[in-house]
Ligand binder design. Structure first.
Ligand code: ADP
Ligand code: ZN
Ligand code: ZN
Length: 721
């Protein structure tokens, strides 16, 4: 007897190859089994999707190839995982093969059965070798009343839960306890042990969270019960973590957005920390939102659990006690999408407004830059306030969303500016290594001695970045002494200072230990850190985002400033005096008025009203069609032809196609970029329209007007427009 498995292999996003390929096999293969199959002249990894015992119509034995081998010892990927992958491919308009294979660890593609068997054996030995050291050791904090209430409500919840908790309200302890509750639930016999997925925006930014999970669970569940999954790991490490999750020996997976695709046969809880963070949205390949997929995945897993036959009759249980997979989204500044879902009752909103220990949120002080000495980058009262803090042994954070020394270098004689020859952007002046660097394409040159156009020796930086603020502050605080009599120490943390492995941890440690008094940095200093001695946070250049054209800019700015403020006064004893300073030319701006009251609900309500009136998300639904080409003309021509050819497609009348426009930064690395906004009032209409549009888009690539097109992509639910 022969079988005709349909198998998913890696296919380029727009290859037009059907979703699955048919092979032949002597054995019946389980859906989800991992196999190696011939493809062209190579042998590649594939996932069995289905395994009928008759060939599809029109296929003969002679025209199909045989499966080369099954990856022995690996359980099949389960139905929930396959459903998640299938949904992602459909929803984000990519090929099934691309999404499925990208969701697997890259090294799995390279191993043959023998190598894999060796890996599995080694892993099994390692897992067996480290029993829990202290099975009873699950000590946590005594819960605050708010935490206890939130946990109780979570246990009973049947909808996705949005944990809206102030900065410092102790959300992490809620995640830890919810995780503990899951791990202590025994899985039915012969089923995978219960598992939890915890997602964070950028794992490297919050080494503390990982440490807290390991500290809490490894003594009780063994080393290896907590694994990480993120792009900073080596392929070998990723495979090890993935296998541990897939085989059930890891009980907790901590990871970034890619972890949403981890194979977790016993999944019962997904936590999405800082759920508002834009890094949950992928910006390449399938442009998925890991937060949205987490919600979807929890639903699919719950349905599967509800439908699973259970060996023993279930005890008569309330809704909340049926086996299910929950999803917990946490933030002090939730995304407007999630906030809206909670308003509508689709999500359950749980609130923790108070800080642990009863401390207050920092007081907001707006510095009116219209009244500061001309040319002052840092307002004198701010510098004085920082000096006082340092003298008392407290610490300050200074936030500026621009790295380098100055965003532009310019000649005042002839008007030359440090433009990038390959991009429509300026190269940033980095003073430390005296380079001009393009932050878009990476093109780097030494700073010229004189103006390249007119020879003027006096070329000067315009504007400021973190390097410059660090330098200026060191000068302004030169006479300030710490309580131990030492001079004040200023440090900087941004993508440049943290490039080397381990340097970020080192810099955070310098702040935690009190070695550093002032930390200047980009938004990475605002994220999730539990600093204990910061009492002043300053945002020194927030205005640019106030008038940005992107309708999401206010949401992002508000979240960033509130998160930054949340780093101050986390120790209740000092919180009374903690402050957030913002330098602005527009102190009356409504965003600041709301921020002053720490009133996220009011801010969200205002924004949602505006969005509703304009038919913007979450009331409307959007996608972007993006095109990159050798010329702007070709990029736009592709978009325009695609729009013309959309005539007559399903739901075309419900869809608005906006004119093709160049991106704000129109050219990057000599590629011209353009996009077209697709908008509608119905998610279903958008989905059906986009699916029907796909083949049209494939065909449009070869239109003569679009000659020079490099690539195109659809971005569903785009985050920036
Ligand atoms: P959030 O993520 O909500 O900003 P964290 O989870 O970082 O806040 O908690 C803030 C601080 O409070 C941490 O240092 C944490 O260890 C501490 N903490 C949390 N819960 C409790 C509790 N119930 N009792 C005492 N301290 C707690
Ligand atoms: Zn010049
Ligand atoms: Zn460039």
């Amino acid at each position: 007897m022969a079988f005709w498995p349909s198998i998913v292999v890696a296919t380029p996003a727009h290859s037009g190859v059907g979703a699955t390929l048919t092979y032949r096999s002597e054995l019946s293969l389980a859906p989800g089994a991992l196999v190696r199959v011939p493809l062209g002249s190579r042998e590649v990894l594939g996932v069995v999707w289905d395994c009928p015992d008759a060939p599809p119509e029109g296929l003969t034995e002679a025209r199909t190839k045989a499966v080369a081998g099954v990856l022995e010892g690996l359980p099949a990927l389960n139905g929930c995982w396959r459903q998640l992958v299938k949904f992602s491919a459909q929803y984000y308009q990519r090929s099934l093969g691309e999404v499925a294979l990208a969701a697997l660890p890259p090294q799995l593609r390279e191993l043959d059965s023998t190598q894999l068997a060796r890996r599995l054996k080694r892993r099994a030995k390692a897992a067996a070798g480290v029993p829990p050291t202290a099975p009873e050791a699950l000590q946590g904090h005594d819960l605050s009343a708010e935490q206890a209430e939130a946990l109780q409500a979570l246990a009973a919840a049947t909808a996705p839960v949005l944990l809206y908790g102030a900065t410092g309200s102790g959300k992490t302890e809620v995640y830890l306890r919810a995780t503990q509750a899951v791990l202590e639930t025994a899985a039915p016999e012969n089923e995978a042990p219960t598992q939890v997925l915890v997602m964070v925006p950028e794992i490297n930014l919050t080494p503390q969270l990982e440490a807290r999970f390991r500290e809490r669970f490894e003594p009780a569940f063994g080393i290896g019960s907590v694994v990480c999954l993120h792009s900073g790991m080596t392929p070998a490490q990723r495979l090890t973590s993935w296998l541990a999750a897939h085989t059930g020996s890891a009980r907790i997976v901590l990871g970034t957005r890619m972890a949403v695709f981890a194979s977790l046969p016993g999944l019962r809880l997904i936590v999405v920390d800082e759920e508002h963070d834009p890094s949950y949205k992928s910006q390449e390949g399938a442009r998925y939102s890991a937060r949205d997929l987490a919600v979807y995945r929890a639903k699919v897993e719950s349905e599967a659990l509800a439908n699973a036959p259970h060996p023993s009759p279930l005890p008569p249980a309330g809704e909340g006690e049926r086996p299910r997979c929950q999803v917990l989204l946490g933030s002090a500044t939730p995304s407007l999408e999630s906030w809206h879902a909670a308003d509508q009752g689709r999500y359950l909103r749980l609130e923790m407004p108070g800080r642990i220990g009863g401390g207050a949120l920092p007081r907001l002080r707006l510095v009116d830059m219209n009244h500061q000495p001309k040319g002052a980058v840092l307002a004198p009262p701010l510098v004085a306030a920082m000096g006082e803090r340092i003298a008392r042994g407290e610490q300050c954070l200074v936030l500026l969303n621009r790295r380098g020394y100055a965003p532009v270098l310019a000649c005042h004689d002839c008007g030359w500016k440090s433009g990038c020859p390959h991009c429509s952007a300026y190269r940033v002046f980095h003073k430390l290594d005296r380079t001009l660097r393009c932050h878009h394409c990476g093109f780097t040159e030494r700073v010229p001695r004189a103006c390249p156009d007119c020879g003027n020796l006096d070329i000067a930086p315009v504007g400021r970045g973190t390097e410059q603020i660090e330098e200026q502050l060191a000068g302004l605080l030169v006479d300030v002494k710490r309580p131990d009599g030492q001079p004040a120490r200023v440090a900087r943390m941004d993508a440049d200072s943290t490039r080397l492995k381990g340097s970020l941890e080192q810099q955070l440690e310098a702040l935690h230990s009190g070695e550093v008094d002032v930390l200047v940095g980009t938004q990475m200093i605002a994220k999730g850190h539990d600093f204990r001695r910061i009492t002043l946070v300053a945002g020194i250049n927030a205005d640019s985002a106030l008038f940005a054209s992107d309708y999401r800019a206010p949401e992002r700015l508000f979240a960033l400033l509130m998160q930054a403020a949340g780093r101050a006064g986390r120790d209740a004893a000092q919180s009374g005096a903690s402050e957030m300073w913002i330098q602005t030319w527009y102190p009356q701006h409504p965003l600041f008025v709301t921020l002053k009251k720490h009133d996220y609900p009011a801010f969200a309500a205002e924004q949602l009203t505006e969005r509703e009136q304009a038919g913007m998300p979450p009331y409307g639904f959007q996608a972007l069609l993006r095109a990159d080409a050798r010329t702007q003309q070709a990029a736009q021509a592709f978009l325009n032809i695609a729009a013309e050819q959309a005539a007559g497609l399903p739901h075309r009348d419900d869809i608005t196609l906006y004119p093709a426009v160049p991106l704000t930064i129109q050219r990057v690395a000599n590629v011209e970029r353009a996009q077209m906004l697709v908008e509608t009032h119905s998610r279903g209409a958008l989905q059906r329209f986009l699916s029907a549009w796909q083949p049209v888009l494939h065909a449009c690539r070869s239109a003569p007007e679009a000659k020079g097109l490099v690539r195109w992509a659809v971005d569903v639910d785009p985050l920036s427009i």
